[in-house]
Structures are given as structure tokens and as C-alpha cells.
Design a protein around this ligand. Structure first.
Ligand code: EPU
Length: 447
């Protein structure tokens, strides 16, 4: 397993282009199962989760032709064989987001068998709302040998209905994607109440509308879908990744540096930029607001002087995203006072706390709340990446710590950040990927 070796204390400068969003790309790729016509997706990030989704779509009879030779990679997809209905455990266990093929296969092929995803490092992750939503559209759902088996009613199509998707922690992003995708081919009108309002849902709705779906209200808690008989092909550019953008903003802030970000979805990340400004980080758009696409801005992010402590509560969009909680915690380790972070989406998403503590931070966790007392310095240490965003938090802390940090299990980072080490190194960070053999040759301490 590869490791990152990071020397802290380097200033950053220069420019980074934000890649296409992983969490938008995954349900968009799954939605290609809804049509027999060709689909092209542009600005698809080159990530292990995306490659896993290609493998799953391949098993489900989709011809997948990625074009990776340009700076903005595309993929061409076309269903060539619709006989397989089964998303196997082998793939689903490597990537929970495989669940988003359930709605598209069910709606288009009449029945679907998708392995039930297990929990993951950030806690128990049920799919009851996905199933409740599809059942409301008339699907018959059973659990067989660890697989979700779903069938459309005898009429051969799902039937539009009003579906409430609220759960104990608000709505569900992939649940909304599943039900909205399935409802595009249902008979009649579906209304999703308490729909997720995330920008990734709006992007999916825009792609589906491009394919001929009739959807209104995406981005609000009520989405209306009028079913159509079939969907066509589309050429769609994926929105930039707001979580990657937020991570790079934290990188500028934690190293007291200035970075320029291009293709930055400022309009989709106001809760994050609001918190950064409260900390004392400046985010200045440098393009023309009147003519720029609000999801593809150019801005400089700069931090000079001390960081102010703040409070953060993670919430569904447009609240502060749970996917930036660990990165902001790393940043607040260096604030001038006590900060409070409350996690309201995934109550167990705190695995980074112990690793940050190994590096000299002062964090006290009480249930779903962590109190972070800022320290003047942290020191490099061998630490363990536990999940994607926690690992990003460790990379940030390592860039500001004194000395060398070795981050183990960086395959977690490769799931969601494309060539992170190259991109951070290109703006001045000292970060290197080493293979297990190189680590052994150098006699470095890994866990
Ligand atoms: N929930 C239920 N029942 C369900 C579904 C969800 O109780 O049927 C609960 C979850 O346990 C959680 C909350 O509802 O407490 C929200 O979960 P949600 O379903 O919205 O999460 P998701 O759709 O599975 C996506 C992202 C996650 C991101 C969450 C929240 C993708 C591929 N994943 O997951 O991204 O944290 O929304 O915004 O889009 C990441 O990128 O690192 C990541 C984990």
C-alpha cells in the first residue's frame, strides 16, 4: 500500500484547476443505464471510485470508452447488452455508491438485483430511504442472500407517486438520485418531498432533462418528475467538485499562503466560504461576476496572520457539508482559541481526531461534538488514513506541521482526489508518494 511522505512548513503559491465532482459523476454515470442511446460525460475525474463504477457499468452491459488524453477527460458510454440485472457484492463492497444503479436498472430493465452495501469507516449507512422511495413507486422489494431484489409492478412500469424522503438526519443524497432517476421512466407524476438539495442532485436533474426527462424543482426540497416512455442520449459536462475546492482553500489557509483556483464552484459552497471568511481567510473572485458561470469561477484564496476560532455544524446543503468537516478540523487546530464542530450527518465521522492528536493537536470529543483548542505548532508523525475526507484532513495538517508526516493507506485519498500529491506539489508542497517497497528500502516507520 502506498504512503505519502509530507514535509511540513512549505508555503504554497500558484494556480489549481478544480476537477469534475466525484459525487456528481457517480449517479450521472449510473443514469446512463436509463437509455439505449449514446451518452458523453465531460470533466470526469480520474479516480478509483470512478474506475470502479466503469467496471460495474461494464458488467451491466455498458460499453465504456474513457478519453483521458486531454486536460478535461471525457467518457463515452452506450448500453450494448441489457440482459444483466445484478450489481454483485464484489464491486458494491468496494464502493457504497454502487447503490445508485438500483433505480436506473429497475426502471429501465424491470427488475434489479443489487448487493446491499455494508457500513463503512464513517459509520452505519442504511439504504432504507432508497427502498422506501422505490416501493412508493410500486416496486416489490425483497432481500435475498444479502442482495436487494426489486421488481416493477405487473404493468411493467413504475407508477408515479408522492414520496417522502426525510430520515433521522434529513434527506438522502443518493436516495434522492435513485428515486428521481427511476421516476423519469415511471407512468405518471412523482413528487419527492424532503428531497436532497445538493448541487450534485441539480447536476443529475440537468443531465436527465438533457436526455428528455421532465423534472422541475431540483435543488429545492420538492422535486416533481413527470414520467416519460423513454430517454435519449446526452452530452453533459459534470459540475466542478465543491469538496475538492474547499480542501484546496483549507490548504491555502493552513499554510498561510495564497492560491488561485479556477473552475471553482463558488455558488455551490457558500457555507464553506462563509466559515473560511469567519476564520479570517480571504476569498476574492478575480473574474467578471456578470459574465462568469457561477459554478466555474476563478478566485484567489489567501490567509495572512492568525486564524480565528469558529463554530461549525454540518448539515444538508446549503448547510456546511460533512465532507469538509475533517479538513476544517485540521485547519482549526491552528486557530487562535477554541472552536466547536458538531457533526449532524454522520455522528461517528471522527476517526481523524485520534490521528490529529498524534500530531500534537488538542481536540476533545463529546458525542457528536468536538472542541478544538488551537495550538501554535503540530509535529509530523506516522498516521493512518481511515476514510477519504479524514485522510484529506491529515494531508492538510501535515503540510502545516513541523517535520515529516507519513500517511499510510493513501488508497482512501485516491478514491476522491485525482493525483493529489502532484497537484499539491505543483503549487509548492513537499509531498511524495512512495510504494511499500520504497518505504521498506528507506527504512521509514509505517503502521
Ligand atoms: N440515511 C438513512 N437512510 C438512508 C440513507 C441515508 O438514514 O436510506 C442517513 C445516513 O446514514 C446519513 C444521512 O442519512 O446519516 C445522509 O446520508 P446520505 O444518504 O445523504 O449519504 P449518501 O447519499 O450515501 C452522499 C455522498 C457522501 C456524503 C453524503 C452526505 C456520494 C457518492 N456520497 O452519500 O460523500 O458524505 O452524501 O452529504 O455522493 C464522500 O464523498 O466522502 C462521501 C462520504
Amino acid at each position: 500500500m502506498d504512503v505519502f511522505v509530507i514535509e511540513g512548513g512549505r508555503k504554497l503559491s500558484g494556480s489549481l484547476r478544480i476537477k469534475g465532482s466525484k459525487n456528481a459523476a457517480l449517479p450521472l454515470l449510473a443514469a446512463t443505464l436509463l437509455t439505449d442511446e449514446p451518452v458523453t460525460l465531460r470533466d470526469v475525474p480520474d479516480l478509483s471510485d470512478i474506475r470502479n463504477m466503469y467496471r460495474l457499468l461494464g458488467e451491466l452491459g455498458v460499453e465504456v470508452v474513457p478519453e483521458t488524453d486531454s486536460e478535461i477527460p471525457s467518457v463515452h458510454l452506450k448500453v450494448t447488452d441489457d440482459s444483466n440485472h445484478h450489481a454483485r457484492y464484489d464491486i458494491v463492497k468496494t464502493m457504497r455508491a454502487s447503490i445508485c444503479v438500483l433505480g436506473p436498472i429497475l426502471a429501465k430493465r424491470g427488475h434489479a438485483r443489487v448487493s446491499m452495501p455494508g457500513g463503512c469507516a464513517i459509520g452505519q449507512r442504511p439504504v432504507d430511504l432508497h427502498l422506501r422511495g422505490l416501493e412508493a413507486l410500486g416496486a416489490k422489494i425483497t432481500l435475498e442472500g444479502g442482495d436487494i431484489v426489486a421488481k416493477v409492478p405487473q404493468s411493467g412500469r413504475l407508477i408515479g407517486a408522492t414520496v417522502f424522503l426525510g430520515g433521522p438526519f434529513g434527506s438522502t443524497v443518493l436516495g434522492t438520485a435513485n428515486v428521481m432517476s427511476a421516476a423519469t421512466l415511471a407512468q405518471g407524476t412523482t413528487i419527492i418531498e424532503c428531497a436532497a438539495c445538493e448541487p450534485e442532485i441539480v447536476d443529475l436533474a440537468n443531465m436527465l432533462i438533457g436526455m428528455g426527462a421532465k423534472i422541475t424543482g431540483a435543488g429545492s426540497p420538492r422535486i416533481t418528475i413527470e414520467g416519460v416512455e423513454e430517454l435519449g442520449g446526452v452530452d453533459h459536462t459534470i459540475i466542478p467538485d465543491r469538496i475538492e475546492a474547499g480542501t484546496f482553500m483549507c490548504a491555502a489557509a493552513i499554510t498561510n499562503s495564497t492560491l488561485t483556483l479556477t473552475n471553482c464552484p463558488l455558488d455551490a459552497m457558500m457555507s464553506a466560504t462563509d466559515r473560511l471568511e469567519a476564520i479570517g481567510v480571504h476569498i476574492d473572485p478575480t473574474d467578471q461576476a456578470q459574465t462568469a458561470d457561477p459554478l466555474r469561477r476563478t478566485c484567489t484564496v489567501s490567509a495572512t496572520g492568525s486564524l480565528k476560532p469558529i463554530q461549525i455544524t454540518t448539515q444538508p446543503h446549503p448547510g456546511f457539508p460533512t465532507d469538509l468537516q475533517a479538513q476544517f478540523m485540521a485547519l482549526l487546530c491552528f486557530a487562535d482559541g477554541n472552536s466547536v464542530i458538531t457533526e449532524k450527518i454522520f455522528p461517528e465521522r471522527f476517526l481523524h481526531v485520534a490521528e490529529l492528536t498524534r500530531m500534537g493537536s488538542s481536540i476533545h470529543r463529546h458525542g457528536t461534538t468536538a472542541v478544538i483548542s488551537g495550538v501554535k505548532t503540530m509535529t509530523g508523525a506516522p498516521v493512518m488514513a481511515s476514510d477519504l475526507r479524514a485522510s484529506a484532513g491529515l494531508v492538510l495538517a501535515a503540510m502545516a506541521a513541523q517535520g515529516t508526516t507519513i500517511i499510510n493507506r493513501v488508497y482512501h485519498i485516491d478514491r476522491g482526489y485525482e493525483r493529489l500529491e502532484h497537484r499539491l506539489a505543483s503549487v509548492g508542497a513537499s509531498i511524495q508518494r512512495l510504494s511499500e517497497e520504497e518505504v521498506a528500502e528507506l527504512g521509514l516507520m509505517v503502521e
